[in-house]
Design a protein around this ligand. Structure first.
Ligand code: HEM
Length: 437
């Protein structure tokens, strides 16, 4: 016996069955993709603490025997093309091994304490993020929380998933993957010596500074540079917009998360105040000994974040007192030539008018002493100061006066009862302090 609707025709009934089957299959398909979406999110949530941060680069090599008491950063006079003669404005960048992204040295505690002090005093002036950058701050923190225990297992531990403990300071940070914006940046300031400027390409095709942790800029402020494109940021930098801007922008837009690179820049400074050097707004102290001028080299690292596509520009100042260069063959002579033979506008921008009379005679003295000691001869070519070491099998000099200790110039000043110390240079500008930790 046939049921009533089937009496129309058996063909019609067959069509109904096929349609019904398709409908059921479609609903199942929808439900499966919905489930996969949820499950995928859950899976990636779990992966966050393991491999999601992976960017197609190998893990860094662990420094299992790392000794914080004696560790020194690489000497960037040699490691990058920072100091070069003849001196022109160039990108001078090179591919970066992942081991070199974050370097920690014996000054670690001092840097972190100093960072905390500056952040407390200057808040938003040094730590800030525009809304478009908030996610990237979290991603940067996740990348560091993944990297640090791998590279420095004696300094950092993951006691629980999604957490990082700093064994030096005793700080433990949980729910790392939930942090965003300046909260994430302040945690970063408790982990590494580096600052981070964060940049992003906007629809107009230009690259903008959209946030960062910029505690040790030395001569400029995050609050005055945030939300500006590279061309405006570098307006004071000689030759930048004419010679470098196009290639810098192209490189920053195109490079991939697995193509980190590095460069360095150098300046002469007159004190240990990494946040704001006295010389940035004043003249060096009249009694400053030339030995106690500093060569400040900023190691600059460039990474692209895979999830948010943010450009991460790490900056880590390394300070050497000029006297520390006494045993670096040809380097005092190289520095003198760079100052006296480069294009005037380049050296003027470095501030030679403020420190030249103090520095140059001392550099000549150091060169004379190197010749007298037989370390170099007057015929040696300063351009090959790197090969000089290699050819003689000499190690790269690592003398580096501790920043934690006042210089002889500072001690003399203190003995004379004059005001001095690291905070002096900061009084020259007023700051908009709207953020405290
Ligand atoms: C390969 C890329 C880059 C190159 C070659 C470069 C080059 C330079 C140079 C030569 C200076 C002058 C430093 C000195 O001699 O004292 C400078 C300053 C500066 N750069 Fe860059 N830069 C690059 C990327 C960036 C990025 C991505 C940002 C921001 C996100 C940035 C922000 C700044 C700022 C704020 C200054 C200080 C300007 C001032 O003195 O007012 N730079 N840069």
């Amino acid at each position: 016996m046939l049921v009533p609707w089937s009496s129309a025709s058996s063909l019609e009934a067959a069509e109904r069955v096929v349609l019904l089957t398709f409908a059921v299959l479609a609903v199942c398909g929808l439900m499966r993709s919905w489930y996969n979406g949820i499950a995928g999110k859950r899976r990636s949530g779990n992966r966050k603490h393991t491999k999601e941060v992976s960017v197609g680069l190998p893990d860094p090599d662990p420094l299992a025997e790392f000794d914080l008491e004696t560790a020194t950063a690489r000497n960037f006079v040699y490691a990058n093309k920072t100091m070069r003669y003849p001196y022109h404005q160039t990108m001078a960048h090179q591919p970066m091994h992942i081991n070199h992204w974050i370097e920690i040295d014996k000054e670690y505690k001092w840097y972190l304490d100093e960072k905390a002090r500056v952040i407390k005093e200057h808040g938003k002036t040094v730590v800030d993020s525009l809304p478009e950058n908030d996610e990237a701050c979290g991603e940067l923190l996740e990348l560091l929380a993944d990297y640090l225990p791998k590279r420095y297992p004696t300094l950092f531990k993951q006691h629980a998933p999604d957490s990082i403990t700093n064994l030096v300071t005793g700080d433990r940070f949980d729910n790392v993957s939930q942090q965003k914006s300046t909260d994430a940046l302040v945690i970063i300031s408790r982990l590494v010596q580096d600052d981070f400027l964060m940049a992003r390409e906007r629809p107009d095709g230009k690259v903008y500074l959209v946030g960062g942790l910029v505690v040790f800029p030395g001569t400029y402020l995050l609050s005055e540079t945030i939300d500006k494109p590279l061309g405006v940021l570098h307006a004071p930098v000689p030759d930048f917009n004419q010679k470098l801007l196009m290639s810098v922008e192209r490189t920053l837009k195109r490079f991939k998360p697995n193509q980190p690179f590095e460069r360095s820049s150098w300046n002469i400074m007159d004190d240990r105040n990494l946040f704001w050097h006295n010389i940035a707004s004043g003249l060096p102290d009249k009694d400053l000994r030339p030995q106690d001028l500093w060569l400040r080299i900023d190691h600059q690292t460039f990474r692209k974040l895979p999830r948010t596509n943010a450009i991460i520009f790490g900056v880590r100042p390394i300070m050497r007192r000029i006297e520390d260069l006494a045993d670096s063959p040809l380097v005092p002579s190289l520095m003198e030539k760079v100052h006296t033979e480069s294009a005037e506008h380049l050296i003027k921008y470095k501030g030679i008018a403020k420190y030249g009379d103090l520095l140059l005679p001392y550099l000549r003295e150091l060169t004379k002493s190197q010749i007298e000691r037989g370390l170099i001869s007057s015929e040696d070519d300063v351009r090959s100061f790197r090969e000089f070491l290699k050819d003689r099998g000499m190690p790269v000099p690592s003398t580096q006066t501790s920043l934690a200790v006042p210089t002889e110039s500072e001690r003399r000043k203190a003995r004379a009862g004059e005001p001095g110390g690291v905070a002096d240079g900061m009084n020259e500008r007023s700051f908009d302090v709207g953020y405290t930790t």
